[in-house]
Design a protein. Structure first.
Lengths: 322, 244, 301
């Protein structure tokens, strides 16, 4: 554990100093902001996956956060930071309602409900134009007056929250609870693990982070509409990044974000991909599930094990009880 | 003074078929009970009802004086109801120690992860898994898996331990070892509730026996009384489970 | 209230399409136990095949008024056949190895397939929605009275859908394969004990599920625009029907579809701002059913 924490401290130190290297390039600075935002989103998705649940609603909570901040600004002149806080609360309430009902049941019901939830939010946003601006969308003034460095540190704060959640679930007793739950809920329950409570808690905290990421996005981008805010692609990204990088780890979602999101930047402007760039995400998900279930981290681990002398280490099971 | 565990009129149906049909029994503290009966008699369903994995269609369950019929499984575990499964399903992504720690942390209420680890190590040693505590569970033999299952259940600090066919798949030598271990557990103050087909184990470990068939109790008493009961003999005729 | 008969009638017609789509999903979910998030994309593929047949018949071959029934007569067997084979292949090489793995992996796989297919079609063909401009599509059937009007397109789509649903039910109820599928849906272990070749049944069931999706897609050609992204709304409706009917309840799909189809029309007609509610209806349905009766409404547990 200590090794991983030290590595993260180093990463955070480098990331904190990054703007110094990038201030000359506004595009890269923009990308850095977006990267942190997506890392937070990916980390939060991964935490929910640790309980064995498939959340297809992360993009929806993102959009919820964006709209909450925008509407808060429009009707109550809420400044972005206050809007962020309000969005977090809203996200928590909605997640409790959604998760409280569906997480008592089989995982498929939860997954279906999260998929439907996203669609409903988008439809609602479209159908109440007085409040949300309908298809035209909604705007607000730029975050920190357009200062990309300041916003970078705000995004960084949200990323740190996500990282704290991810590492926390790994290095406290929560690790044992979630691992037991995703393996076998019945056996976990009989051993005293509060299954439903754990699933709901992880889902709510993850949803709050996704909401905060969206709440950051709104003033950062200054304008959004239902199709942008509730893009399915964000839910897809939220899961493709961790799966590719390495599910059930903290480093996996971060690496996955860096690699795939950079790739996306290239694909978006290159024919024949362009708007169809998501085909890569679809392929990545399918191939990863079939051939690389633990992502890049898993690959690295397996190679290390194969080179290792200890016979027990060759049994390809990641993550011991430690 | 009420019994440690009481079941009153339990009924559980699956798509119209009653797997458990009016089951009542009680377990006194310190008086271990064995439930025996032909395959399909409803024994495992009864276990699932008592441990809280299934809700009964009718009937009540009290444990340690409290009505637990509506109480969830993990809560019952914390109250002191431990249970093993016939087919051991360890948590594959945790090592042996980690598996036991789950029980220690949640059912057993350990104060810290370190404390749970120490307790888990102690239990691994007790069941004979000490040297393999850091092994991944994929490499365990059948008797080792049984040991793990036992250690996991013990980690939850049970007052009543439900054992579902713990002797299945063990050689006679391994059976004797298991029985010895279970005697020690009994001596530590744990009451046992067993489902068992191996009659020597039933004789050795239980104070009383309940015989089930078609979801109902058909006989109850000491092993000697029950083995002479004509209803019991009739129920077992044609089935080869009773190995003495 | 004059619109009521028309509204109800429309609702019934729509439910035909829903039933066909949902039945396919109910089979893969009920018999195999996998959540096929890509089911809507297979409907989409069927729609494109039907569209392609339409283009072929009305373009180079230029068969005039015979086009419409021919699109059905040719499109459905073609798409159903193609997707049946595709379904078996997809199952054998991707899903079957995953059956022993956690549910999350299976769901991720089918979700990934959905995204892959949508965007593949979008790149290969066009992201734009396209129309089969069949005059037939808008032509009204001459009906006595005047209370109800309906297009040839809708009524034939309904008729075809119901015929296929009925045929599937006959398959399930009367044939050996159908009985095997129902047995596996009820109790997999029991089916194995009795000697049913469960793996083969799974494969055929999945192929059948996709074939039904494809057929539903072809009927869509007459009712709406064809787009690579029509899968999402399709699958949400199908899921809500399956949840409503109850998992494993294959025969309940029809009345659940009816319920959804009719209430959808009634709400959009009679409730102010109804269209907003109508789109959210399926979610509401799912949510309320899950709240009240986790096993679905069709079964007594």
């Amino acid at each position: 554990m200590r090794r991983e924490l030290v590595a993260w401290l180093a990463f955070i130190a480098i990331a904190a100093l990054l703007p110094l290297a990038l201030t000359s390039d506004p595009y890269l600075m923009l990308l850095a902001n977006v990267m942190l935002m997506f890392m937070a989103l990916a980390l939060s998705w991964d935490v929910v996956a640790r309980t064995g649940q498939l959340s297809l609603a992360h993009g929806a909570f993102f959009g919820l956060g964006a709209y909450t901040v925008a509407i808060g600004h429009k009707y109550a002149a809420l400044p972005p930071l206050a809007g962020l806080a309000v969005a977090g609360v809203v996200g928590a309430i909605v997640a409790v309602a959604l998760g409280g009902v569906t997480l008592r049941l089989r995982g498929i019901y939860f997954a279906i409900a999260t998929l439907a939830f996203g669609e409903v939010l988008r439809t609602v946003a479209l159908q109440v134009p007085d409040v949300t601006g309908g298809t035209i969308g909604i705007s607000m003034p730029p975050l920190f007056g357009g200062d990309r460095v300041a916003s970078y540190y705000l995004a960084g704060a949200i990323f740190l929250l996500a990282l704290a959640l991810s590492l926390g679930v790994r290095y406290t007793r929560a690790h044992y609870a979630v691992t037991a739950i995703r393996t076998n809920e019945a056996v976990a329950a009989v051993m005293g693990v509060p299954v439903v409570l754990t699933k709901v808690l992880t889902f709510v905290t993850a949803a709050v982070i996704a909401t905060l990421a969206g709440a950051f996005y709104m003033p950062f981008i200054t304008h959004t509409d239902p199709h942008d805010a509730f893009e399915v692609s964000r839910s897809v990204a939220a899961l493709a990044f961790p799966i590719f990088g390495g599910i059930y780890t903290s480093v996996g979602p971060v690496i996955g974000t860096v690699v795939l999101r950079s790739l996306e930047e290239y694909l978006r402007v290159t024919p024949p991909w362009k708007e169809g760039y998501q085909v890569v995400y679809g392929a990545v998900i399918v191939l990863a599930v079939l051939f690389m279930p633990r992502g890049l981290v898993g690959l690295a681990s397996r190679m290390r094990a194969r080179l290792s002398r200890r016979p027990e280490a060759r049994i390809p099971i990641l993550g011991s009880g430690r | 003074m009420s019994a440690l565990l009481e079941a009153h009129g339990l009924v559980r149906r699956f798509r119209g078929l009653a797997a458990v049909d009016g089951l009542s029994f009680s377990v006194e503290e310190g008086q271990s009970l064995a439930i025996i009966g032909p395959n399909g008699a409803g024994k495992t369903t009864a276990f699932n009802l008592v441990s809280g994995l299934l809700a009964p269609n009718a009937g009540r369950i009290t444990f340690r004086g409290r009505d637990v019929t509506g109480v969830r499984a993990h809560e019952r575990c914390r109250m002191g109801l431990g249970r093993t499964f016939q087919v051991v399903q360890p948590f594959a992504e945790l090592d042996v120690l980690g598996n036991v720690m789950v029980g220690a942390l949640f059912g057993g209420g350990a104060a810290s992860v370190a404390g749970a680890r120490a307790e888990a190590l102690r239990l691994c040693d007790m069941v004979g898994l000490g040297p393999k505590a850091l092994w991944p569970v994929g490499g365990l033999t059948v008797p080792d898996r049984k040991r793990l299952e036992l250690a996991r259940a013990l980690a939850t600090k049970p007052v009543l331990l439900m054992l579902d066919e713990v002797m299945e798949g063990l050689t006679p030598a391994e059976e004797r070892e298991a029985v010895g271990l279970l005697h020690r557990i009994r001596a530590d103050g744990v009451t046992l509730l067993l489902i068992e087909h191996v009659m020597s184990t039933v004789r050795d470990l239980s104070d009383r026996v309940l015989v089930m068939d078609y979801g109902k109790p058909i006989a109850e008493g000491t092993y000697a009384e029950v083995s002479r009961d004509p209803n019991v003999i009739a129920a077992y005729l044609g089935s080869e489970e009773a190995t003495a | 209230m004059e619109a009521l008969p028309q509204t109800l009638f429309f609702g019934v017609l729509r439910s035909g399409l829903y039933a066909l789509t949902a039945l396919g999903l109910a089979i893969s979910l009920g018999v195999i136990g996998v959540v096929n998030f890509a089911h809507g994309e297979f409907v989409m593929l069927g729609a494109y095949i039907g569209f392609w047949v339409y283009l072929l018949l009305s373009g180079p071959l230029d068969l005039g008024p015979a086009v419409s029934p021919l699109v059905i007569a040719l499109g459905i067997p073609l798409s159903a056949g193609a997707l049946f084979v595709l379904g078996r292949g997809v199952f054998r090489f991707t899903l079957r190895p995953l059956l022993s793995r956690p549910e999350l992996d299976q769901m991720l796989l089918t979700f990934g397939m959905a995204i892959l297919l949508q965007n593949l079609v979008s790149i290969a063909l066009s992201p734009q929605a396209q129309d089969a401009s069949l005059g037939w599509r808008f032509e009204l059937l001459p009906l006595p009275g005047g209370a109800i009007s309906v297009t040839y397109a809708r009524i034939s789509a309904f008729a075809v859908s119901m015929a296929l649903v009925a045929a599937t039910y006959v398959l399930l109820a009367r044939t050996r394969l159908g009985k095997q599928m129902r047995a596996v849906a009820q109790n997999r272990l029991g089916a194995m004990v009795v000697g049913i070749p469960v793996d083969q049944v799974y494969e055929v069931a999945f192929g059948l599920s996709l074939a039904l999706a494809a057929a539903a897609g072809v009927t869509l050609v007459f009712q709406t625009q064809v787009s690579p992204f029509l899968g999402l709304s399709t699958i949400l409706k199908a899921f809500s029907i399956v949840v409503l009917a109850g998992l494993g309840n294959l025969f309940g799909v029809v009345w659940a579809s009816l319920l959804l189809g009719v209430s959808e029309q009634v709400i959009s007609q009679y409730v102010p701002d109804g269209s907003a509610l109508r789109d959210g209806l399926f979610f509401l349905l799912i949510f309320v059913v899950l709240l009240a009766r986790p096993g679905g409404l069709g079964r007594a547990r």
